[in-house]
Ligand binder design. Sequence first.
Ligand code: IPM
Ligand code: MG
Length: 409
Amino acid sequence: MAGALGFHVSKTEIPVALMSGTKQTFRKASAIRCAANIPKKRYTIAVLPGDGVGNEVIPVAVDALRLAASLEGLDLSFEELPIGGVALDLVGVPLPEETLTRAKQSDALLLGAVGWPKWDNNPKHLKPITALLQLRAGLQVFANLRPITVLPQLVDSTYLRKDTAEGVDLLIIRELTGGIYNALPRGFTTNEQGDEVGFCTESYSASEVDHIARVAFDIAKQRRGKLCSVDKATVLEGSMLWRKRVTAMASEYPEVEVSHLLIDTAAMDLVRHPRQFDTILTGVMFGDILSDLAAMIPGSVGLLPSAALGDSGPGIFEPVHGSAPKHYGKDTVNPMAAVLSAAMLLRYGLKEENAANRIEKAVSDVLDRGFRTRDIHTPGTTLVGCKRMGEEILRSLDARVSASIGSLA
Ligand code: IPM
Ligand code: MG
């Protein structure tokens, strides 16, 4: 079907370009399952691979998602939507209206990455990453969940000392639709001296802080009951209010132990003693920086999944890494961040915990079997590319996939 904006949208099928080399295999595997299980629940997933390596990792994640879901008797349909540079090429804007409309109608979004050097000099409203900000605003996904765990199999991949990284299991909860990224006023002007000025506003309202803090307290309560709020309350007014509101909310959660750290100290402590952290609550910019920093604890941003959630409506599930122009087209990137984002989609987006667990178990199993992409490769493990890693994940999800993958190799 041709959409109003002229790009092709398919209601039920992932276009061929989006499917990895495991398409054939996957069909066989799902056919086996369909005979055994009658699908119970149906969901529509909006798939937005975007630019660069998004087009390598998302097909792998879609395959894993579909297989894990079918093993739980779920029926997923996938609709590919253009975003970022792809959309700029197609219709001249980074987030087509139709993409946002259809995304809103879906049950969850699986997103790759946006951005490509070709558009770096575009004005802001025509940059690929603007699509991401518009999508987050359009779906009102104010809560960004970024878990960082060091799986025992990957302890050798850390950039820190092994005994520092071992056992880390933390969750960064980042406010996503307010703060310095979004607040007004912002823009460019010329000052009295005739100097050009670029400016934006670091502001948080009480209700914005309460909104995200409530999410963080509720989650911390279900984890190890430790919440560390990160701000710059010594300097920034937005942070002063942030700290005041978080402190006030703490009395509603006696079971949660609350601490406050300044962003600079938090950055230092994250590499010095990361195991002290359980749940970290912070604003949009500090969360952006801390999550990339924290990626070096397990050793690769290619391992980090994320979820962006609102009060209602579909969430956005995406790897934390970007479009990685330097790595695109080489079949070397790690699809695990995307695959683990698919697990978060099942858990937080569809409330299908069992299917989510299947994916996480499969990722762990592939690591047990010694497969590693370039970013996490260490002596004594088997170096594989993105596609092969995807095939191994399918194999770990369902042993019956093995035979058909074998016949493709
Ligand atoms: C992220 C990214 C984005 C952000 C950019 C691409 C706008 O760095 O999701 O971490 O800063 O939110
Ligand atoms: Mg970032």
